[in-house]
Ligand binder design. Structure first.
Ligand code: FES
Length: 186
């Protein structure tokens, strides 16, 4: 009987506090354990370096000669990176957009500060074939751009449709110039 008599008011205060402390400790330990278990799974979802290199490739454009284009594949599509000649720039710079089947100005088709480069998806917007025109010896059509000799669609060097069944300009992929000689896609 002696024990019950010594049970003081402070005991009543301490017990819930201890309980709370233990509760917090348990919850924290659980959270840490959960985190330790979940992190490898979360981290596995992060793209690897090689996946990033495929998803966001960096392409060197320093070696592209004027009047030629480099062809790469990105996300399953042919991408053409063309370097314009001064004549091609002069011929296309002041075309009135509203006179074109799919109105677009020169500046709509190039990046500021890199106006000698045109970057397009090399697929005919009519029948989705791969176009001719990357090499000066290809059948480029009357505007010195790209063409599909099969359906007759004709594009200028900025990838703007000029004639034929296609009604849309060549698509422009997402890309950024990192510097004068490197483009990153994505
Ligand atoms: S289908 Fe376009 S080049 Fe033949």
């Amino acid at each position: 009987m002696a024990n019950t008599a010594t049970h003081t008011a402070s005991d009543e205060v301490e017990a819930p506090a201890k309980r709370d402390f233990l509760k917090i400790l348990t919850v924290s330990a659980g959270a840490v354990a959960l985190g330790a278990t979940a992190w490898p799974l979360i981290d596995a979802m992060n793209p690897t370096v090689s996946e990033l290199a495929v998803a966001k490739p960096i392409v060197n454009v320093g070696g592209i000669a004027p009047n030629t284009a480099l062809r790469i594949m990105w996300l399953g599509q042919p991408i053409y990176i063309r370097k314009l000649t001064p004549q091609q720039i002069a011929d296309n710079q002041f075309i009135v957009p509203d006179t074109l089947p799919d109105p677009a100005s020169y500046t709509d088709r190039v990046k500021p500060g890199y106006e000698t480069f045109v970057v397009v998806v090399g697929l005919n917007t009519g029948i989705s074939c791969e176009l001719l025109g990357n090499s000066p010896s290809d059948a480029r059509g009357p505007f010195d751009g790209w063409s599909c000799p099969c359906d007759g669609s004709i594009y200028d060097p900025l990838g703007r449709v000029r004639s034929g069944p296609a009604r849309k300009n060549l698509a422009i992929p997402r890309f950024t110039f990192l510097n004068d000689t490197q483009i990153q896609f994505g």
